[in-house]
Design a binder for this molecule. Structure first.
Ligand code: SAM
Length: 274
């Protein structure tokens, strides 16, 4: 599968506001939101200038606002950018947004080198760019100041199959074999969908991110125990608090890394030696 920015933009233009709700559907999705949020809480400080690339309608743009960051919002999809701007007005996070830019993560040339304290690429831009992922990574690193962090999440092969396990039953065996072998969801492997992306294995993500000048500080699952579990499983606030504690530990276990719908990664751009 080769990267098609037009096809990806068309998919997200058509999806519209549906993107906002993706973290509310199952318990595992809610845990995933909590694990993504925990990374923002750990790495984003008040006053940080952050690039939120592939920002979609702004679920994390809003959280960056609450962290006191100044945010440049970037997305390939004109409709997602428009939704982000509208949502910012309605939910009150527009004051933290410096600009909304229609940009491809593979070409951030409109943004100055070393001008961001952090880059957030949650929800899969690195899953949509296929063979251009090295270029996307190089661009994110270029705009990051030395010592700054790239926080990213990509679609995970095994956790996604677990979450959407009806496909294991319903999809033709040859197509599923190809998906498992390549990690690619394409028009050929799934003619019923226009959602083309690459789903990573944890080891593959680690190898991809192992570049000179970068330190991979964390690779973990977006959910472990709760992946694919329905919301009704947890009924009381104290059960939810306890579950998040267990999940935070489980998601960091090497044996659970591939179990979430997404893989989370924290990458630091090295500072020049003093
Ligand atoms: C699954 S949504 C994630 C939205 C948000 N970051 C979140 O996690 O809720 C993926 C977003 O990435 C955008 N995107 C996909 N490929 C991109 C690319 N090459 N450059 C910039 N944005 C991209 C899509 O348009 C979409 O808005």
């Amino acid at each position: 599968m080769t990267y098609s920015p037009a096809a990806i933009a068309a998919y997200f233009d058509a999806l519209g506001a549906g993107e906002w709700e993706r973290f509310d559907r199952t318990l595992g999705d809610r845990v995933s939101l909590a694990m993504h949020t925990a990374l923002l809480e750990r790495y984003v400080r008040p006053g940080h200038r952050i690039l939120d690339v592939g920002a979609g309608p702004g679920r994390f743009t809003e959280l960056l606002h609450h962290r006191g960051a100044r945010v440049v919002v970037a997305d390939l999809s004109a409709r997602q950018l428009e939704l982000n701007r509208e949502t910012a007005g309605v939910r009150g996070f527009a004051s933290s947004v410096e600009a909304w830019r229609q940009l491809d993560i593979c070409d951030l040339g409109a943004l100055d080198a070393t001008s961001f304290d952090g880059v957030v690429a949650f929800g899969g831009p690195f899953s949509y760019v296929f063979e251009r992922r090295d270029k996307a990574l190089a661009e994110c690193v270029r705009v990051l100041r030395p010592g700054g962090y790239l926080l990213l999440s990509v679609m995970s092969l095994w956790g996604t199959l677990h979450r959407h396990r009806a496909a294991l039953r319903d999809m033709p065996r040859a197509a599923m074999r190809t998906i498992i072998a390549t990690g690619d969801l394409t028009a050929e492997t799934d003619p019923t969908s226009r959602h083309y992306c690459h789903m990573y294995r944890a080891a593959e993500l680690r190898a991809f991110l192992a570049k000179p000048g970068l330190e991979v500080e964390q690779i973990s699952a977006s959910s472990a125990l709760a992946t694919g579990v329905e919301n009704e499983f947890i009924t009381a606030p104290e059960q939810w608090e306890a579950l998040l504690e267990y999940e935070a530990t489980a998601c960091d276990e090497p044996g659970y890394c591939d179990a979430g719908t997404h893989l989370l990664a924290v990458v630091r751009r090295d500072s020049p030696a003093a």
